[in-house]
Write a protein that binds this ligand. Structure first.
Ligand code: 5GP
Ligand code: MN
Length: 317
């Protein structure tokens, strides 16, 4: 209930906001909209983040407050609101010694309910839908900066209002934001048509090496350290690359494996009925039915590929 969240906010002086590691448009948009809304409501608020922001989301209002330096609650913080994060381990903040209230606001089906209050709406296309409704319930006026954050979050989590999670509510909210004067065209350009030449070259390398596996039902892509070195670009967000796999006719889903210092990052996207959350969960990850991810540690990219192909083959029978 929004009332439970409001009661905690009312009884708090200083409120921290955080999200999942490697924050995407929804995590950042939701957090920054909430940050502004809580300040307008009259409370002190700030963002905790171990992560810094990727280039294409640096235009979001107030994102310059996120420097990657505040990694745990500062003194006298009464409550921490975690948005868009299903698992305690994936929170981009160190909350081990925090004794206050944790509020969990999310839309993931895999959510561990780690908060003192858990507001989970799996029907929301993005967490920002919940944040929008919540700010309205606080009578906070949605100004242009808040609208920019909410719209960006809706747009990125729905693949520009394309994925099956998009509902009438998503369009209503986007419509309200546009009606109040939001420049949506500008946001689409800033997020999607703002890539460096080097990034496009990297996409070229990845597409060139793309394979079809599982009876040509799955498009498998890899981003190796060698490719990153060759293209001289460090990608934080590869959601635009993986979505290309599902553009192929007759495909059921796409996988992207990315080499990193901490292991092989796996991203999964389903085009139709394949439940990729199940596959991610069996690897210790999670997400949504049609978009999920996991981290495979202590394996080479080749081994990770074999593991994932085996799991997909079983799931596709
Ligand atoms: P992406 O592939 O864009 O990183 O993530 C797609 C979805 O899966 C997002 O909703 C994200 O929160 C979730 N996800 C990605 N990686 C992990 C992971 O390692 N663990 C869990 N629980 N969820 C993940
Ligand atoms: Mn989300």
């Amino acid at each position: 209930m929004f009332k439970d969240i409001k009661d905690i906010i009312d009884s708090s002086k200083k409120i921290a906001i955080t999200y999942h590691v490697s924050p995407d448009g929804d995590a950042l948009g939701s957090a920054l909209a909430l940050l502004q809304g809580i300040r307008i409501y009259g409370k002190e608020a700030y963002v905790i983040s171990k992560d810094i922001i990727g280039d294409n989301l640096g235009f979001l209002p107030y994102s310059s407050e996120i420097t990657g330096e505040i990694t745990k609650p500062v003194e006298k913080t009464d409550c921490v609101i975690v948005v868009d994060c299903g698992n305690y381990e994936r929170i981009s903040a160190d909350l081990e010694s925090f004794k206050g209230n944790i509020i969990n606001i999310d839309h993931h089906l895999s959510n561990d309910r780690y908060g003192n209050i858990n507001f989970i709406n799996v029907k929301a296309a993005a967490t920002a839908e919940i944040i929008y409704e919540f700010l309205l319930s606080l009578n906070v006026e949605i100004n242009n900066d808040i609208a920019t954050c909410i719209y960006t979050a809706l747009m990125t989590d729905t693949g520009s209002y394309r994925y099956s999670n998009t509902t009438k509510v998503t369009h209503y909210i986007a419509g309200d934001l546009i009606e109040s004067g939001l420049n949506h065209e500008e946001i689409h350009k800033k997020v999607f048509d703002n890539k460096s030449y080097e990034k496009l070259k990297l996409i070229g390398l990845v597409l060139n090496k793309m394979e079809l596996v599982c009876n040509s039902k799955i498009a498998l892509m890899q981003v190796t350290e060698e490719m990153i070195e060759e293209s001289k670009v460090n990608i934080k967000d590869s959601s635009d690359i993986i979505s290309m796999g599902n553009q192929i006719k007759g495909i059921e889903g796409s996988v992207l494996l990315k080499e990193s210092d901490i292991g092989i990052k796996v991203s999964l996207r389903s085009k139709n009925d394949l439940d990729v959350r199940k596959i991610a969960e069996s690897l210790g990850g999670g997400g949504h039915t049609k978009a999920s991810g996991a981290l495979i540690k202590d394996k080479t990219i080749k081994e990770a590929k074999e593991i994932i192909v085996r799991l997909l083959e079983k799931e596709l029978i």
